[in-house]
Every structure is written in C-alpha cells, then in structure tokens.
Design a protein around this ligand. Structure first.
Ligand code: DC
Length: 212
C-alpha cells in the first residue's frame, strides 16, 4: 500500500491486517528509526556517505510483535524507539535519510525479509514499485490536500504536506509513484471503516479471479 502523506495508509493498513489476520508493516517507521539513530549518533543526515555507513553498521533485529495487531518492529540495539521516531526532529531528518540509495537498498532487503512472519500488509511509498513489484495486491491511497492537512492537524501535527509529497515524489531514488497495476483509492470524505472495507473487497476479488 503506497500513497501520499496522511492519505490514511497506516489506519487502513492496520484495519486490514486485523480483519485478515495479516502482519502489519510500517516501512516509514523503519526510515524514521534510521533518522533517529543518525541524530542520536551525531551522524550528519545531510551527508549521504555518513548515513550509508551508519546504515551498514547499525545493529538491528526484525521482530513480529503479537499485540492487538501483529506488527513488525525494527529494533536497534534491542530497543524499539516508538516515541522517539515521532518527534519533530526525526520527522525533519527522515527525508534526507530516505533519499540515500544505499539506505533504500538496505531497507528493501529488510522489508522483503518480513515475509518470514507470514502474509503482510505493508505500507510506504515504494512498496508496489520497488519492494514487492511482483504482488498482485497493489493499492495507491490519496485524498484531497485539505482533508489530509486536517487529518494531520487532528493528530496534533502541523506539517506542509504538499512540500513533503513533492520531496517524496521528486527524489531520484525510488520516488513515490503509482505502481503499474495499482488500484487508486481516493478516500476523501470516507471513514477508515469504509475505505478498508472497499480495499478488502478488492483483495477478495483479486484472490477469486486468480483462482479461476
Ligand atoms: O510514512 P511516514 O511519514 O512515517 O514516512 C516517513 C518518511 O519516510 C517520509 O518522508 C517518506 C519516507 N518513506 C519512504 O521514502 N519510503 C517508504 N517506503 C516509507 C517512507
């Protein structure tokens, strides 16, 4: 599941994972974790070589957390920085880290390794185009900018989403794009319940037509 910022990817991916009993993977959290780690280690996030070196050397572990929703977590030195990756500082650093090609290679490998935990609902910006281009289940979420801005504000976050989308779409390495074969879900004016039911309906339809 790919899409613009605040387009409802996380909310819907979690609802779908819960309904289908699949494992939820938030790939943005993985990029945020590296951004947080670089800040903590005083690695200059504007220096792609330094960021790539940090990414090659950090000690990580992928686990599947068995909570209300099964979810993959990337641990660093056995710690899951749940709160730390949501700070303003981390949010500002993450686009720099996510633009480094060696980082994207590392993340793609780790994200593909998540399949060890079972069927996945994976959300990000390049899942259908780059991480799992072979999947038949590709969804691209979007909503009107005003509505997305309101959703972020409701979460207590003030952010220039248009600027963020532009950065995510225009970077050279694995930019945000609509994957070939992706179903486009514009969920403006919908509740997460409605959107997730719509997507689950499409998943079942694709499964049925694959069996024919
Ligand atoms: O979804 P999010 O806001 O937590 O993502 C954080 C940043 O990571 C955002 O700038 C986009 C980037 N990202 C990415 O480049 N590729 C992904 N698969 C997921 C997130």
């Amino acid at each position: 599941m790919d899409g613009t910022s605040a387009s409802g990817k996380s909310t819907n991916a979690k609802l779908i994972a819960k309904t289908l009993d699949y494992v939820y993977v938030d790939t943005g959290a993985m990029y945020r974790t590296l951004a947080w780690y670089c800040l903590k280690q005083n690695v200059d996030v504007n220096n792609p070589k330094a960021v790539a070196t940090a990414c090659r050397k950090w000690k990580t572990l992928l686990i599947c957390n068995d909570g209300d929703i099964k979810a993959v977590r990337l641990l660093v030195d056995n710690h899951y920085p749940e709160k730390e990756i949501r700070t303003k500082e981390t949010a500002a650093a993450v686009p720099h880290v996510a633009a480094v090609p060696k980082v994207r290679d590392w993340m793609k490998k780790k994200q593909r390794e998540c399949i060890q935990f079972g069927n996945l609902v994976m959300e990000g910006r390049d899942i259908g185009t780059n991480v799992f281009p072979e999947t038949d289940f590709k969804f691209y979420l979007d909503a009107h900018l005003e509505e997305r801005t309101k959703r972020r504000q409701a979460d207590g976050v003030q952010e220039d989403l248009a600027a963020r989308d532009q950065r995510d779409s225009q970077r050279a390495a694995a930019p945000l794009m609509i994957a070939l074969g992706a179903r486009i879900i514009n969920n403006s004016g919908e509740t997460p319940q409605q959107t997730s039911e719509r997507i689950i309906g499409m998943v079942r339809e694709i499964m049925t037509s694959a069996r024919r």
